[in-house]
Design a protein. Structure first.
Length: 144
């Protein structure tokens, strides 16, 4: 099984004070051990870097966070081209979600991955365009 991981999971795992830090850290560790392929929209690098640098007030930490994602084992970054942008726009419109969320959903649908997120709006869409799970649900599914 392959995965698409929302930026909020990477951010929560990076910030010890985040309420979801422990579960997201455990998820990323287990996911690495399970040898999952990961497909991400390329903008995940900027999204995570921006949040980390803003919260930590140090641009270098944002740079490091983006580099860690880019060098994550079995990471495949999906570059946005015209057809991808149009599919993302259709999903954003159809489901009334943000452009960023629509890109994660588009990647998950395109590659047949499970989208792992903490986003309640995306979780409500489970099964519409892709299988969507929280990190905790994914860990539970893995244990079964």
């Amino acid at each position: 099984m392959s995965l698409t991981i929302d930026a909020n999971v990477f951010v929560a795992a990076s910030l010890e004070e985040d309420v979801f830090h422990d579960i997201c850290s455990e998820f990323l560790i287990e996911m690495r051990l399970d040898a999952q392929a990961i497909y991400e929209p390329i903008f995940v690098l900027a999204e995570v870097a921006g949040v980390i640098s803003r919260v930590r007030k140090q641009h270098a930490l944002g740079d490091v966070a983006a580099l860690r994602i880019e060098n994550f084992p079995r990471m495949r970054l999906r570059i946005a081209d015209g057809p991808f942008a149009r599919r993302s726009a259709r999903l954003a419109s159809r489901h009334a979600i943000s452009g960023g969320d629509s890109q994660y959903l588009t990647v998950a649908a395109e590659f047949g991955t499970t989208l792992v997120t903490l986003d309640d709006e995306l979780l409500k869409l489970d099964g519409t365009a892709a299988k969507i799970r929280t990190p905790q649900q994914w860990l539970h599914d893995l244990a079964d």
